[in-house]
Design a protein around this ligand. Structure first.
Ligand code: GDP
Ligand code: MG
Length: 297
């Protein structure tokens, strides 16, 4: 499993479309500092994306991400080339004044739209590089309470620019009952504040298996995730990626323990192409239109 991502198993039609050129997929992680964003990035893509020297086991003392950091890796599986980019953002929430802490994140998303727009306007458009953000994982602290004002502010700033996917960070610190109640609470808050999160569609699909898969994935949002890039031993002697507690091990890759597998499947396998389509057809198109109007066209 180590190093294997699984995008070569994309549905056939997508596979064919993307196989020749190779393609970009860019995920951004956003949320308060210390919620496990950098850890999840490593966990998500299996192969450590961080430079070796920084890949020392994370600890409470591990350096905080201070700038927006972009990590890329080229992966090839069964003749499919994928350039996977992860935008790791500094945590916010540590400052006395968090006003406008969303700005550098929004700027990053928009400057990537601008870069794409510039290339589209060129005479020679044969070599467009697409660095647009295809999905934004928004990390929610595992408090069990309603969303914080800052979370709402952030999500409202971002939801029209990017496919927003809320996740419950460090869900190993909550019981299953607490998670279920918290998910419900979060979805109510999101609806109440009119925040539009990513909603999988698969309109053009009449394959019952795909429809059920989509329903299943959607039913997990906000994904309750656990990140760990360390191997631990379970009581029955298996070595797994997980977090160890006196009462046992929470396994990252076990669907009964958390939603990590579902999240990863959605991003890398079942909904990658749709996330790219929404980025282009909805978010980028809105941005472009607004920009043209602002310029007086
Ligand atoms: P970031 O500031 O959001 O990038 O957070 P980090 O990835 O640097 O993690 C902060 C701390 O939380 C580290 O000590 C991690 O080992 C720990 N951590 C990361 N993910 C999890 C998780 O899923 N559960 C628990 N309990 N701790 C985690
Ligand atoms: Mg970090």
């Amino acid at each position: 499993l180590q190093g294997y991502v699984g995008f070569a198993n994309l549905p056939n039609q997508v596979h064919r479309k993307s196989v020749k050129k190779g393609f970009n997929f860019t995920v951004m992680v956003v949320g308060e500092s210390g919620l496990g964003k950098s850890t999840l990035v490593n966990t998500l893509f299996n192969a450590p994306l961080y430079p070796a020297k920084e890949h020392a086991p994370l600890s409470e003392e591990s350096p905080k991400t201070v700038d927006i950091q972009v990590l890329s890796t080229d992966i090839e599986e069964n003749g499919v080339r994928l350039k996977l980019n992860v935008v790791d953002t500094p945590g916010f929430g540590d400052f006395i004044n968090n006003e406008q802490s969303w700005k550098p994140i929004l700027d990053t998303i928009e400057s990537r739209f601008d870069a794409y727009l510039d290339q589209e306007n060129r005479v020679n458009r044969s070599k467009i590089s697409d660095t647009r953000v295809n999905a934004c994982l928004y990390f929610i602290a595992p408090t069990g309470h309603s969303l914080k004002a800052l979370d709402i502010e952030f999500m409202k700033r971002l939801h029209k620019k990017v496919n927003l996917i809320p996740v419950i960070a460090k869900s190993d610190t909550m019981t299953n009952e607490e998670i279920a109640a918290f998910k419900e609470r979060i979805l109510l808050d999101i609806a109440h504040h009119d925040i539009k999160i990513y909603h999988a569609q698969h309109y053009d699909c009449d394959d019952i298996e795909t429809i059920n898969e989509t329903k299943d994935v959607m039913s997990k949002i906000p994904f309750a995730i656990v990140g760990s890039d360390k191997a631990v031993e379970t009581s029955d002697g298996r070595v797994v990626r997980g977090r160890k507690y006196p009462w046992g091990v929470i396994e990252v890759d076990n669907e009964d323990h958390c939603d990590f597998v579902k999240l990863r499947q959605m991003l890398i396998r079942t909904h990658m192409e749709e996330l790219r389509e929404f980025t282009n057809d909805i978010h980028y198109e809105n941005y472009r239109t607004e920009k043209l109007i602002a310029m007086g066209y």
